[in-house]
Each structure stands twice: as structure tokens, then as C-alpha cells.
Design a protein around this ligand. Structure first.
Ligand code: SF4
Ligand code: SF4
Length: 158
């Protein structure tokens, strides 16, 4: 474990972009690089009729590739899956259903990126090794009937 409380302060020009820019100030490349590839946002979510609470299931969008956690048709995702929300700086404040670990949500909430984020640790595989990604833990929506979705609610995503 590192003791960040005693870490030397960096000069502003040395700070990485996600600490110095708001989401709407980022370049398209910076914006894209914020995604850690966890795949959590590609899981089907349910809203409790009574409490309005949001629950994640382990059921993934049919375009989700389980072993890589990538979209099979990223450039056409909006056309192929109308429910797929394409994040933009204008939308992010409304996306309270994003997982608490999502980099966009964390930056929006004024937090720093986590240690396992590729931009922090330099290793895109770390999101899988830290068991943040959903790799190997999902089932396709093609293999689950709608009435069984409540049985697929998981407690490992908040
Ligand atoms: S939850 Fe956020 S960080 Fe994870 S894949 Fe989705 S957009 Fe990227
Ligand atoms: S269309 Fe692609 S990016 Fe959108 S939810 Fe499905 S797998 Fe994820």
C-alpha cells in the first residue's frame, strides 16, 4: 500500500488531465481514454417498482463480448441497441445508474481515478486482475428470459 497522504504535491502542469479538466473540457481522445473497459455499464439493470432502487444483473447486452469486455459493434452500437446510452459530457450528470467505479461518474463526483485504472497503473489488464471488470462473470441476454432477470441480480456492483 502506498501512503498518498505523504506524497509530494505535483506542480499543476504535471497533473494528469483528469485532475485538471472537467469532463466537458476534455478532448475526444482524453474522453475515450477515461473508459477503463470494465464492461459494467453493458449489464442489464432493473429498477425496483416500490423503492426505485437500481439493481445490476449479470446479464449482458447481446453485443457484449464476455472474454474481452468489448462491444462487438462499437461504432454502430447506438443503431444496433437503442437502449445503449452513448455517454457524452452533457449526459453524464443524469446517469446515476452508472456503476460507482465508472471513471466518468467518479470524475463527475470530484473523485480521483482508482489505482487499477489503465491511465493510473499503465496496464489495461489490471481492471480484470483487480476483479473490477465483469469478465467471465456474465451471461448473454439471449440466454435469459425476461421473467428470470430478477434471479440474476448481483451484489458485486453498486
Ligand atoms: S462502466 Fe464506465 S468505465 Fe466501465 S466500461 Fe462502462 S463507461 Fe467504461
Ligand atoms: S451495444 Fe455495445 S456498448 Fe452498448 S450496451 Fe451493448 S455491448 Fe455495451
Amino acid at each position: 500500500m502506498t501512503d498518498t497522504a505523504n506524497a509530494p504535491e505535483l506542480e499543476p502542469e504535471q497533473e494528469p488531465f483528469w485532475r485538471t479538466k472537467t469532463l466537458d473540457e476534455m478532448t475526444p481522445q482524453e474522453w475515450e481514454s477515461l473508459c477503463d473497459g470494465c464492461g459494467r455499464c453493458c449489464l442489464i439493470k432493473l429498477i425496483d417498482d416500490v423503492t426505485d432502487d437500481l439493481h445490476f444483473t449479470d446479464v449482458a447486452c447481446r453485443l457484449f463480448e464476455e472474454q474481452t469486455c468489448k462491444c462487438r459493434d462499437y461504432s454502430n452500437r447506438g443503431k444496433r441497441v437503442p437502449d445503449c446510452v452513448i455517454l457524452t459530457p452533457e449526459l453524464v450528470d443524469r446517469l446515476t445508474w452508472m456503476p460507482s467505479t465508472c471513471a466518468y461518474r467518479m470524475i463527475y463526483e470530484g473523485k480521483d481515478l482508482a489505482w487499477w485504472h489503465p491511465l493510473v497503473c499503465g496496464d489495461p489488464k489490471m481492471v480484470h486482475e483487480a476483479v473490477i471488470s465483469v469478465r467471465g462473470r456474465t451471461i448473454s441476454e439471449d440466454d435469459v428470459t425476461e421473467d428470470k432477470l430478477p434471479d440474476r441480480i448481483v451484489d458485486w456492483i453498486e
